[in-house]
Ligand binder design. Structure first.
Ligand code: TXA
Ligand code: MG
Length: 371
């Protein structure tokens, strides 16, 4: 298959929009002469993607979290194509993307009050809700489950694609199964070129970690995958306790089927170091002991002919910057052929659960190595 590559930036600039107008179109501002909130240049750029989606084809597109690989969520054949393109086991359900809350009402059964509250607070944005489904979304899309995961993305290109096509888009992350999620169109191209109809390049994503998934089908809301929207954020809005799936920590039967697979893993061995205790004035994550340990292990490994890469999270300015760069770093390790990757434990605050979940999964362990 010939994959069409749509560079939205280039397209808008070729359409004689200035760079400022392009960035305001991409940040969701209305452009002149536009009633629907989608600029005519953007509409033009997206036309082949819209047509692919309407005709049972697949299209990769940017969201604020990671790039998604989309197909018509109501079309069982499109869902089968998504599984085939990713090489993903078909018992692992897809997230259905929407642009209006009424679409959730169209596909859900017994929608709980919490869904409306969370939608008002966090949609459009990086939150996915699992609710009971009616018959509108087929079992091929939900991996045979009677529940459906729903998300309303905020990225202007994702929103425009949903509106223009009027298709509810089933979209997993646009990576080959087992590889880190794509945070730039080049990552999507690496994994999906020749396997799907088109790739929309909207530049690097903002957040860089997949959405928080919260299951609303039980008595108590439960986080199935930590993300940018935190447990505290959800508790504040719902006014009740929110649990975190215990299977995430133990690795045993996590409730989001996808969390049981080995994910995000670079090809080389990844070791993450944390200091046992900090001396006065030191931060645990950047204790000199960690630097010494990393230097020692690097020298040993290099002496035996291994290619070593060191990741210094302490050089990042914020936890958001770490989140945004994490998957790119893991892919870079593969590109450079690293056999051994040595990393400091990042200093995190509100994103601790989200970042450490991905990093420890990439390392294939439950805890950091203490030195
Ligand atoms: O940020 C995101 O959520 C991105 C962008 C593209 O929106 N999508 C994404 O999809 O990360 P994916 O397929 O890579 O991850 C979806 C996760 C999987 O772990 C899957 O098992 C879980 O959601 N999931 C989907 N439907 C579910 C359901 N009905 N019940 C429990 N878990 C579900
Ligand atoms: Mg994924």
């Amino acid at each position: 298959m010939n994959t069409l590559y749509i560079d939205v930036n280039e397209y808008l600039i070729n359409d004689r929009l200035s760079r400022d107008e392009v960035s305001s179109a991409l940040s969701g501002d209305k452009l002149p002469n536009d009633e629907a909130g989608t600029s005519s240049a953007l509409r033009h750029a997206l036309a082949p993607a819209v047509s692919a989606l309407r005709n049972g084809g697949l299209c990769a597109f940017p969201t604020e979290t990671v790039y998604g690989l989309g197909g018509d969520a109501k079309d069982p054949e499109a869902s089968k194509k998504i599984y085939a393109a990713k090489g993903r086991p078909s018992d692992n359900p897809l997230i259905v993307h929407i642009y209006d809350f009424s679409q959730m009402e169209e596909i859900a059964e017994d929608l709980p009050e919490a869904a409306k509250k969370l939608s008002d607070a966090f949609w459009p944005g990086p939150l996915t809700m699992v609710v009971r489904k009616n018959g509108v979304i087929p079992h091929e899309t939900t991996g045979g489950l009677d529940t459906v995961a729903v998300r309303m993305p905020s990225h202007p290109i994702a929103a425009a694609l949903l509106k223009e096509s009027n298709v509810m888009i089933a979209a997993p992350s646009a990576n080959l199964s087992g590889r880190p999620s794509p945070t730039e169109a080049a990552h999507v191209k690496e994994d999906m070129d020749g396997r799907i109809d088109c790739i929309i390049d909207g530049g690097p994503v903002q957040i860089g970690l997949e959405s928080t998934i919260v299951d609303l089908t039980g008595d108590v809301p439960m986080i199935l995958r930590p993300g940018y929207v935190t447990k505290e954020d959800l508790e504040r809005v719902l006014g009740c306790d929110v649990l975190t799936d215990p299977g995430l920590k133990t690795g045993e039967r996590p409730k989001a089927p996808g969390m049981k697979y080995r994910h995000y893993a670079p090809k080389g061995e990844l070791l993450v170091f944390e200091a046992n205790h900090a001396n006065r004035g030191e931060r645990l994550s950047v204790s000199p002991r960690i630097a010494e340990e990393i230097e020692k292990r690097k020298a040993e490994a290099e002496a035996s002919g291994l290619k070593v890469k060191v990741i210094k999270f302490s050089e990042y300015e914020s936890e958001e910057a770490i989140a945004a760069d994490l998957y790119r770093l893991l892919r870079e390790c593969d590109d450079e052929g690293a056999d051994l990757i040595l990393a400091e434990k990042p200093k995190t605050d509100r994103l601790t659960d989200a970042i450490m979940n991905r990093l420890l999964k990439a390392a294939g362990v439950k805890e950091c190595i203490r030195v």
